[in-house]
Design a protein around this ligand. Structure first.
Ligand SMILES: *Cc1c(COP(=O)(O)O)cnc(C)c1O
Length: 476
């Protein structure tokens, strides 16, 4: 962004949040890094999603892995969302947030028997990843009933997006039941026909980096599969199509695009039968609901010049922005500069690196970026971190998970908003109010998670006498 434009721009709601957070000490000398989430912006995205699919019965679930924070999951539930979980932990988080089981979809690719039995007992939706898992579910239901909506995840093998690691529908993807190779489709159709309780077909083509066309092609394949099953069954066995998530997010500027509406409209033209009313829909969006609502703020601790390069040493590095640091081409983030009071930085723009606190040379969240000349005590803001950044903390260097705060700029309790756009757009004059969503990890917690309670386990193991003395509590 042009620095002068930045300086002359009117104060945004993000600017106000940074200023209020600095004034309250949420980020600064005592707490050198913290994450933030604009609750109003999250709700706005949820509203857009519901509007985009207006007119067709849809269970919109939120992919828990994008923001595994119970208060956020609860807020989303209060706004009419269900939950997509992909592990026992994520399922527990959804339930802790107050999830009704029938509004949960369990999708993990490697569910154990115990996990499946638990989900079926709860009545949570379950999408089998493959035909072996379908067999397992059948076995479990031989002597138990369930109210779970059961589905099967297909791999339509439509191809990959620009980030290989984020694409789930390539020819050799590990996800789902392939239906593109010879014989596979017939086998899958037969297996579904052989399991009359199976009523959902699921597809999730991939996350960031997949085009809307590619996603729509995958959804079309799932729809056609459902139609084939229903034609062969002679009645409508498959009643719901779960189109997954994966709407990409724009990390370049403040616009929320593509819009949910754009994708839904594309689906209306590419797969009109989806909107015929014969099928219920399930969606599983994650990143697109929360990414642009989040930012990470961190203090600059020192600055230096090395080899002609100016470097700001901050507290935001690979521990909080793991993908950005390790895969900078795939996950670049915008960085903005603020002064210690949280006001937009007025310094002269210079080329500099923004480095993190981790002990490896590549720990840079931005390289050779033109930013106002940073100095110790200033703040840097990493934009668009509301999706996955708070779930991908890296425990490297035993750096603490930072606190996450949600905020609102709503002025009245009835929810009237004094701002109508994304987190970076111009705000009105209301107060910023914060709530702790996750507390900062304490040194005590780091110790406990690092085996401090097992302190003597190894010395004891290698010293037979001590093991006898201490009993067996240190060995398994
Ligand atoms: C990760 C995931 C999602 C959410 O993807 P986003 O790109 O965050 O929208 C949805 N469904 C499944 C099965 C997933 O694995």
């Amino acid at each position: 962004m042009d620095e002068r434009a930045q300086r002359e721009a009117p104060e945004t709601s993000l600017d106000r949040a940074v200023r209020a957070a600095a004034a309250a000490g949420l980020v600064g000398p005592e707490h050198p890094v913290a994450g933030f989430l604009d609750a109003d912006a999250v709700l706005e995205a949820v509203g857009d999603l519901h509007e985009a699919f207006d007119g067709v019965a849809t269970l919109h679930t939120f992919a828990v892995k994008a923001a595994p924070l119970v208060p956020v999951l609860r807020l989303l539930g209060s706004a009419g969302m269900g939950w997509e979980a992909a592990s026992p932990g994520e399922l527990a988080l959804a339930l802790a947030a107050g999830a009704a089981a029938d509004r949960v979809v369990l999708d993990s690719p490697a569910k154990t028997r115990a996990e499946l039995a638990y989900a079926l007992k709860l009545g949570a939706g379950v999408n089998a990843d493959n035909l072996d898992e379908l067999e397992r579910i059948k076995e479990l239901l031989a002597d138990h009933e369930t109210s779970s909506a059961l589905g099967i995840r297909l791999n339509p093998q439509v191809g990959t997006g620009v980030i290989e690691a984020m694409s789930t529908a390539g020819a050799s993807s590990k996800f789902g039941t392939p239906i593109g190779d010879p014989g596979d489709r017939e086998r899958a159709v037969d297996a579904v026909l052989d399991f009359p309780q199976l009523s959902r077909v699921h597809v999730h083509v991939g996350s960031q980096g997949c085009s809307l066309e590619l996603m729509a092609t995958g959804v079309r394949a799932a729809y056609e599969f459902a139609e084939e099953v229903n034609n062969r069954a002679g009645h409508q066995q498959v009643r719901a199509i779960d189109i997954g998530g994966g709407l990409p997010v724009n990390f370049q500027d403040d616009q929320r695009r593509p819009a949910f509406r754009e994708y839904a409209d594309l689906l209306r033209t590419r797969v009109p039968g989806l909107f015929s009313g014969r099928y219920e829909l399930v969606t599983e969006f994650g990143r697109s609901l929360v990414a642009k609502a989040g930012f990470i703020a961190a203090q600059v601790e020192y600055t230096k010049e090395a080899g002609g390069r100016r470097i700001a040493l901050t507290h935001a590095g690979a521990q909080v922005a793991t993908r950005t640091v390790l895969m900078p081409q795939a996950w670049p983030l915008r960085v903005s500069a603020y002064d210690a009071a949280g006001a937009p930085h007025q310094g002269e723009p210079v080329v500099q690196d923004v480095a993190g606190p981790c002990c490896f040379a590549g720990d840079l969240v931005a390289r050779e970026r033109v930013l106002p000349r940073l100095s110790a005590g200033d703040l840097v803001v990493l934009h668009d971190t509301g999706g996955y950044y708070y779930s991908s903390h890296w425990a490297y260097n035993s750096l603490a998970r930072p606190a996450i705060y949600a905020f609102t700029t709503r002025t009245d309790a009835n929810g009237a908003q004094d701002r109508h756009h994304g987190p970076g757009t111009q705000g009105g004059g209301g107060q910023v109010r914060f709530a702790v969503v996750r507390a900062e990890q304490s040194i005590q917690e780091i110790l406990a998670e690092s085996g401090a309670c097992q302190r003597d386990a190894l010395t004891g193991l290698l010293d037979g006498d001590r093991v006898k003395d201490q009993g067996t509590h240190n060995v398994l």
